[in-house]
Design a protein around this ligand. Structure first.
Ligand code: UDX
Length: 439
């Protein structure tokens, strides 16, 4: 099957590479010439474990190619995935300009029946807008051509996206014709024959499934984070609470890890977008609104915890380990570090930091604070001369630190483990003035 993927970011590139691995002939298209040039040379635009191998293998077998040419992409493909960004606008609603620009490009260049698949997370109703946009272009051309629009949301986690694409819990397909549904089953044939559940529904339901899933997970995190705040006050242990809650099959233990707040490209954006969609339909989504508010409060509570424990951070150096919103990614979008570092700096702290992948992004996102941030080569350099260690991201290498070595090089011995990676280890409390989150 011939597949075109428009947009070679996290979602598009992973989808394109994995679909090629499923045996399809895939063209990945992007307007960014540098990105496409780099991809042709085997240079990945993002850090995603395993992605370079899948890309290299499929380019070698000539199943995967890269282009900036939309005409070629559209004409050569039976199925076209739209995988461009839908960044939030100031009011929280998703900006659809890139999705609709691709839709009109498809209408301008199509040469026969196409299945047009929305992979980007888009508000309910976008599928119909895409259809209208394509039809508008066909009308301008004075031609009539058959096509179908499909909503096929992705559930990829950054850092694990190759695994998630090839081992999904379910494939959601929202479509209006049997023909399109059958084509999509062919696209995912490898998974279909391996008994992955397929949910085939209408376009609007598929669009809602993505928002409902992400919003529910965000609510779960905010819920456990509030339980963590209360646990600290009453002497309870939130990890044991989460563990026992998770033993109830109706709850599940996943996404019940208390921490410094959720971030990333999906949860912050999708929660705001679904609240906006509800408001436009005359509904106030109180639960999700509160989860968003609780997440903002959580980040500030972390600053409060640090400042209160240390008395003051003025003139003190704080070692921050991990800047990305989660491990195994270089993504800094809505990372808690983007709130916590500036707040500590405003209170007079100097930061020494180390993050295995976050520096490139952090340096421009935190540019206005650059005088107060020293980017170090490793955890030990960052800890040296600091009064406190703050763990913001649970990268594996921070789980096995030589704690004695860290302690000896520090000026004071505060340790704020905002991901609870050492909470079960009693010995750390003998070396450091240790605090986790809700433990
Ligand atoms: C998420 C969804 O999981 C995925 O299905 C969707 O397609 C995109 O959004 P991602 O943003 O890559 O994926 O990361 P995820 O692993 O879900 O974590 C999101 C945020 O929640 C991170 O900041 C993480 O640290 C935080 N988190 C997650 C918690 O604080 N506690 C948890 O228990 C789980």
């Amino acid at each position: 099957m011939k597949i075109g993927v428009v947009g070679s970011g996290y979602v598009g590139l992973v989808a394109g590479a994995c679909l090629a691995d499923f045996g399809h002939e895939v063209i990945c298209m992007d307007v960014d010439e540098k990105k496409i040039d780099d991809l042709k040379k085997g240079v990945m635009p993002i850090y995603e474990p395993g992605l370079d191998d899948v890309v290299e293998r499929n380019v070698r077998y000539k199943r995967l190619s890269f282009t900036t040419d939309i005409d070629l992409t559209v004409k050569n493909s039976d199925v076209l995935f739209i995988a461009v960004g839908t960044p939030p606008k100031d009011d929280g609603s998703a900006d659809l300009q890139y999705v609709l620009a691709v839709a009109s490009d498809i209408g301008k260049h199509m040469n026969g029946y196409k299945v047009i698949v929305d992979k980007s997370t888009v508000p309910v109703g976008t599928g119909q807008l895409v259809k209208k946009t394509v039809n508008g272009e066909l009308k301008k051309r004075g031609v009539s051509m058959d096509f179908d629009v499909v909503s096929n949301p992705e559930f990829l986690r950054e850092g694990k996206s190759i695994h998630d694409f090839t081992h999904p819990d379910r494939i959601v397909i929202g479509c209006e014709s049997e023909k399109a549904g059958e084509m999509m089953k062919k696209v995912y044939r490898v998974l279909y024959i391996n008994n992955t559940p397929f949910v085939v529904t209408n376009i609007e339901t598929a669009e809602m499934i993505k928002y409902a899933s992400n919003a529910f997970l965000a609510v779960k995190i905010s819920f456990i984070n509030e339980m963590a705040l209360l646990s600290e006050k009453v002497g309870a242990n939130v990890q044991e609470i989460a563990k026992a809650m998770g033993m109830d099959g109706r709850i599940s233990p996943k996404f019940l890890h208390a921490g410094c707040g959720y971030g990333g490209s999906c949860f912050p954006k999708d929660t705001k977008a679904i609240v906006d969609i509800a408001a436009k339909n005359g509904l106030e989504f109180k639960v999700i609104k509160s989860a968003i508010e609780a997440n903002e409060i959580q980040k500030m509570k972390m600053v409060e915890k640090i400042v209160d424990s240390m008395g003051s951070v003025k003139g003190k150096t704080i070692c921050v380990l991990g800047l990305t919103f989660k491990p195994e990614t270089d993504d800094m979008r809505d990372a808690p570090s983007l709130v916590i570092l500036p707040e500590l700096i405003r209170k007079g702290a100097k930061i020494k930091t180390f993050c295995p992948q976050g520096f490139k992004e952090a340096k421009w996102r935190l540019a206005e604070y650059s005088d107060s941030i020293e980017y170090c080569n490793d955890s030990y350099e960052a800890a040296s001369g600091s009064s406190a260690v703050v763990i913001l991201t649970e990268w594996n290498q921070f789980r096995g630190l030589d704690l004695e070595r860290i302690k000896t090089s520090m000026k004071d011995n505060f340790f704020f483990d905002l991901r609870n990676i050492y909470s079960a280890d009693d010995s750390i409390r003998k070396i450091f003035k240790y605090s986790g989150v809700g433990v």
